[in-house]
Write a protein that binds this ligand. Structure first.
Ligand SMILES: [Zn+2]
Length: 138
C-alpha cells in the first residue's frame, strides 16, 4: 500500500501522536477527518492519549480485526471509557459453594460472560461496561 504523502497535512502533530499511539493503523484518512471535526484542544488531547495508554494493551490482546478503527474510536469518544478489566493474573475464579455452605446471593451471582468479573442478572449477559466496550447498546 503506498501512501500519498503530499495529500496528507503535516500540521497536525497531535493527530500524529494519536496515530502513533493507536494500535490499529487502518483508515488514516477517515481518522484524520474525524480528528479535525472533533478539533481536540490540549486538555482533550491529553485525555485521549492517556486513555490510549490503558486501552492499547487491552486492544493489543485482541486480533487486529477486533480492534476498533481509529475513526470509530474517535467518533465514539472512547477516551471516555473507564478501565474495568483486572489484569488476568488477578482474576479469581468465584468459589463454588459446597453443600455445607450457607449459600448467600453474592456467592451465586452470575458473572459477565466477557470480563467474568462484573455481576449480571442473566446468564450469558455482558455487564454494562463490556456492552459499551463491544459497542452494544442494550
Ligand atoms: Zn464485563
Amino acid at each position: 500500500m503506498s501512501e500519498q504523502p503530499r495529500l496528507i497535512p503535516t500540521d497536525l502533530p497531535e493527530f500524529d501522536a494519536f496515530w502513533a499511539a493507536y494500535p490499529r493503523h487502518d483508515g488514516k484518512k477517515d481518522a484524520r477527518a474525524m480528528w479535525i471535526k472533533i478539533k481536540p484542544g490540549p486538555e482533550l488531547v491529553k485525555k485521549i492519549l492517556a486513555a490510549l495508554e490503558w486501552q492499547r494493551p487491552e486492544m493489543l490482546r485482541s486480533e487486529k480485526c477486533f480492534r476498533p478503527l481509529p475513526e470509530t474510536w474517535l467518533r465514539g469518544e472512547r477516551w471516555e471509557d473507564e478501565p474495568f478489566h483486572a489484569p488476568p493474573a488477578l482474576t479469581v475464579k468465584p468459589v463454588a459453594p459446597t453443600r455445607f455452605t450457607t449459600a448467600r446471593p453474592e456467592w451465586t451471582a452470575l458473572r459477565c460472560s466477557r470480563c467474568k468479573l462484573a455481576a449480571v442478572d442473566r446468564a450469558g449477559n455482558y455487564c454494562s461496561a463490556c456492552r459499551m466496550a463491544e459497542g452494544l447498546t442494550s
